[in-house]
Design a binder for this molecule. Structure first.
Ligand SMILES: [Zn+2]
Length: 211
């Protein structure tokens, strides 16, 4: 799973530091995105993984037993600032006892609207629904979830609607939810193809402490 997330099938090799190529998709400022954290190191769940805890315990399943699928990428992190992945406006903030805070940012790109989704964060003072943010602007902090602390980051390809909040969707029609992936797209591939610099994994050997 880890190697698949770091090097998706068909991806180009990492660019050399001397001459990072600028993808065609990022010729315009509105199309440039970056990692919401200084590093991009997958946690146990990637895009399309069964929605489970890291020990494999399912969080939600259809009556048939089919386990829901994860709409984003979970990133290893301690408690640290979270940056906007691109220029946009905060269009949603929810809090949940289990998942802490969730934030949605709407980005008008030259190829349409995308919404970036951040779960397990707390908005910083001065930020609320309607606040514009610039790419790289710190708007939140990773929430303390003890040994479960991580950042969930997803990319919804479309205008805001309630399903843009989903951290997981069913693999087959059940419970009235759309079937995975619906409008969610692979966040690792999206950031890789819209970033000015390659995603930076954590240096080998560095341990993540959540508190
Ligand atoms: Zn997640």
């Amino acid at each position: 799973m880890l190697s698949v997330l770091v090097e998706p099938p068909g991806s180009t090799p990492p660019a050399t530091p001397e001459a990072p190529p600028v993808p065609v998709a990022v010729q315009f400022e509105a199309d440039i995105f970056q990692s919401p954290l200084p590093t991009w190191t997958p946690h146990c769940l990637g895009f399309g993984s069964p929605w489970t805890y890291c020990n494999g315990t399912a969080l939600r399943a259809c009556p048939s037993g089919a386990v829901w699928r994860h709409t984003g990428a979970d990133l290893q992190t301690g408690i640290q600032p979270v940056s906007a992945a691109g220029d946009g406006v905060i269009v949603g903030y929810l809090t949940d006892p289990q998942f802490r805070g969730g934030v949605l940012i709407r980005h008008p790109t030259t190829t349409g609207v995308v919404i970036t989704q951040y779960w397990h964060v707390w908005l910083r003072a001065g930020y609320s629904v309607g606040t514009p943010v610039k790419r790289g602007e710190v708007f939140a902090d990773v929430a303390d979830m003890g040994s479960l602390t991580h950042l969930h980051f997803a990319v919804f390809n479309g205008e805001f609607e309630p399903h843009a909040w989903n951290g997981a969707l069913p693999p087959t029609a059940c419970s009235g939810y759309p079937v995975f992936p619906y409008r969610f797209i692979d966040p690792t591939a999206f950031i890789q193809s819209h970033a000015l610099v390659p995603l930076a994994p954590l240096a080998r050997g560095i341990r993540i402490y959540s508190s």
